[in-house]
Ligand binder design. Structure first.
Ligand code: CAA
Length: 241
């Protein structure tokens, strides 16, 4: 059966790899993006995957966007809450704006993405929710009080959703990527990346976006119905829970 999948932040980085992987799995995929029209147009031209522009931090925009996706493609079976940003700074320098932007996008954005699709999943008795958390939600990170708070919050979200959705055939799981070779990680000052981060990864390398997409593909599959409220860590042995 061809499932309909929504991937937020699905045209770049880890989200791009997830969108392509779910398409390869046979899903009809819709990918959202926040601002980079050029990257989204290139992504659609290359993949044929439809893109939709909205800000996941805004509930009304998310609900309207999701209604449009469902009108175009059909009811959403699989939702991948992937969109996220960093505004790194040591806590003593972090501004309320840096805190709020990250909370609004990474944490409230998950609520705004899952809440509008949840009633349909409940009534159809099937759903797959996968939230892209982070190693830094598990272990914390110097310079990321805001980001780590949101990524730890994701784990509370999926554990609670799992309990609420289980009897309706809905699973909610998280993937915690370690440091993956995307623009987000490459934005870390090179000196910090080379001296402080890469030496902490026993695999000795950054992960590939496709390595995260393969985890998501499994959790989103019909076969993963008894895996609910779980977290898959994919971090090159950098951290164990
Ligand atoms: N551990 C310990 N000390 C650290 C450190 C670390 N990880 N990173 C920086 N420092 C130290 C520096 O050595 C420096 O110390 P000295 O002053 O004694 O030399 C000090 O902190 C730097 O302080 P500044 O006040 O100058 O800090 P800054 O304004 O330059 O900002 C920072 C520092 C923004 C935190 C920068 O170090 C940084 O970007 N670090 C990387 C944070 C990070 O890992 N982000 C992950 C992004 S990727 C992602 O989020 C995806 C994912 O899910 C994994």
């Amino acid at each position: 059966m061809s499932r309909i999948a929504l991937v937020t932040g699905g045209s770049r980085g880890i989200g791009e790899a997830i969108s392509k992987r779910l398409q390869a799995d046979g899903c009809t995929v819709a990918a959202t993006y926040a601002g980079n029209d050029e990257a989204a147009a290139k992504f659609t031209a290359e993949t044929g995957i439809k893109t939709y522009k909205w800000n996941v931090a805004d509930y009304e925009s998310s609900a309207a966007g999701i209604a449009q996706v469902e009108a175009d493609l059909g009811p959403i079976d699989i939702v991948i809450a992937n969109a996220g940003i960093t505004r790194d700074a040591p806590f003593h320098k972090m501004t309320p704006d840096q805190w709020n932007q990250v909370i609004d996008t990474n944490l409230t954005g998950v609520f705004n993405t899952v809440h509008p699709v949840w009633p349909g999943m409940r009534s159809r008795k099937f759903g797959r929710v996968v939230v892209i958390s982070s190693i830094n939600g598990q272990k914390g990170q110097f310079g990321q009080v805001n980001y780590a708070a949101t990524k730890a919050g994701d784990l509370g979200i999926i554990k609670s959703l799992a309990q609420e959705g289980a009897r309706a055939g809905i699973t909610a799981n998280a993937v915690c990527p370690g440091y993956i070779g995307t623009e987000m990680v490459r934005a870390i000052p090179e000196e910090v990346l080379n001296s402080k981060i890469i030496p902490q990864i026993p695999a000795g390398r950054l992960g590939e976006p496709e390595e995260i997409a393969r985890c998501v593909s499994f959790l989103a599959s019909d076969d993963a119905g008894f895996i609910n409220g779980s977290t898959i860590s994919a971090n090159g042995a950098q951290f164990f829970v």
